[in-house]
Design a binder for this molecule. Structure first.
Ligand code: FE2
Ligand code: FE2
Length: 420
């Protein structure tokens, strides 16, 4: 099934475009994520988590008061940390059902799409812009009355950084029929491309394991996710420093780091299915709590599909293992390359920067770790890993979510490998 994502500020015309697209594309339908978001806010476990974070004051008659959530920047800025996983799983469950019922395309529309990973999973993403007056007029027709000032305030609270993502199409909505036609034509063309692309990659020859080829594969999978793509490049830069310090082949550290997150190009459902067909060991936490953490294992399978093992099986296996274990360790033991990728992933500078560019507490902590490694204050990777895991556990506790219980596997070291 082809997934089309439409985003833009409220009143920009997303739902109208989505409807028109659904009319124009055979066997397609729309999911408005606003509805999924509201549904989620009625779920007991979500209510518990939000209350744990912000106290009883966010409740109104036992339910989350959306007015409070959507009008308070401080509260709203952390909402995706709290409900992001649930929201994505809910949308994916819905998508799965529609696919089962034979639908060929689904259009998801939401102003907050760039704040989630969903936008990167779309085969075609569209950002609709509209000027303030047009938006105000559109909102007036629809729901609550807004003044230019209150609309501005709402935009500010919701704080979506639309420029942080790359879209296949950016359109200025001048409420003219021509714009709609342009979008419909574009999506139909894009759908043809997708079908062609799928056919192409199946017959492709596996590549040699080189840094240049790794860059190509990284682009292929994470092209649309500029943030993740840049993150992967920065992880590779840090991994290079760590590899030099620890006598690990630099090219392996760079390749594994560039590719460590390619699994994030898949939906949770796709990751689960891919891992299940390959009979990869999966734990309860990965299946039921947070399937997104399977992106390491799923990414390792993508690596296997893209690269040639025959020319250098040891190198191939080491890199695959590092990709697979970068989220929460390995089923067997961790070697130096695995640990380098894990540490680099967690201490690269920008990792914790939020969409709006503000530094968080976590950011400051990771800055310290990189500085300490660089100036020799931390020599041992295990010490660094201890600090990272401790930090993860503390943050999970503070947020009232379960920390991936598998992280302790990270310190499960293969001593023979250490000397390598
Ligand atoms: Fe990752
Ligand atoms: Fe990562």
């Amino acid at each position: 099934m082809i997934l089309v994502g439409i985003t833009g500020k409220s009143g920009s015309g997303k739902s109208y475009f989505a409807e028109k697209l659904a009319e124009a594309i055979e066997r397609s339908s729309v999911i408005s994520i606003d509805n999924v978001f509201s549904r989620l806010m009625n779920k007991e476990q979500v209510i518990d988590r939000i209350v744990k974070e912000y106290g009883q004051s966010v409740l109104k008659e036992g339910k989350i008061d959306l007015d409070i959530i959507l009008n308070n920047k401080e509260i709203f800025s952390r909402i995706y940390e709290i409900i992001g996983n649930d929201l994505e799983s809910e949308v994916e469950r819905e998508l799965k059902e529609r696919e089962k019922s034979g639908e060929k395309a689904c259009i998801i529309e939401w102003w907050g799409l760039p704040n989630t990973d969903l936008v990167n999973k779309c085969n075609c993403s569209i950002y609709i812009q509209a000027n303030a007056e047009e938006r105000l007029a559109a909102l007036k027709n629809r729901e609550t009355y807004m003044t230019p000032k209150s609309m501005n305030e709402r935009d500010n609270v919701l704080g979506t950084d639309y420029a942080s993502k790359e879209y296949d199409l950016v359109v200025q909505n001048d409420y003219n029929q021509k714009v709609i036609e342009e979008v419909i034509r574009f999506v139909k063309e894009k759908m043809k491309d997708q079908t062609l692309l799928k056919g192409k990659s199946q017959g492709q020859q596996p590549m040699d394991i080189t840094i240049n080829n790794a860059k190509e594969v990284l682009k292929k999978y994470l092209m649309k996710n500029k943030r993740k793509l840049n993150h992967s490049i920065r992880v590779a830069e840090v991994a290079k420093i760590l590899a030099e310090k620890n006598n690990v082949p630099v090219d392996e550290a760079v390749i594994a780091s560039l590719l460590h997150d390619i699994g994030k190009s898949m939906t949770n459902q796709e990751m689960l299915e891919l891992c299940a067909t390959r009979e990869v060991t999966m734990y309860d936490f990965e299946i039921f709590q947070s399937p997104g953490v399977l992106h390491g294992k799923a990414g390792a399978i993508l690596f296997e599909k893209e690269f040639d093992r025959e020319s250098n099986p040891e190198k191939f296996d080491r890199i695959k293992h590092a990709i697979s274990s970068h989220v929460a360790g390995a089923d067997d033991k961790m070697n130096m390359l695995d640990k380098i990728v894990y540490v680099a992933d967690n201490i690269e500078l920008e990792k914790e920067k939020k969409n709006n560019g503000e530094e968080t507490q976590d950011q400051k902590k990771t800055d310290d770790l990189l500085a300490k490694i660089k100036n020799g204050e931390i020599e041992n990777l295990d010490d660094c890993i201890q600090i990272i895991i401790e930090g993860k556990k503390q943050r999970a506790e503070k947020r009232g979510v379960e920390c991936n219980p598998l992280v302790d596997n990270i310190l499960n070291t293969d001593d023979d490998e250490i000397s390598r």
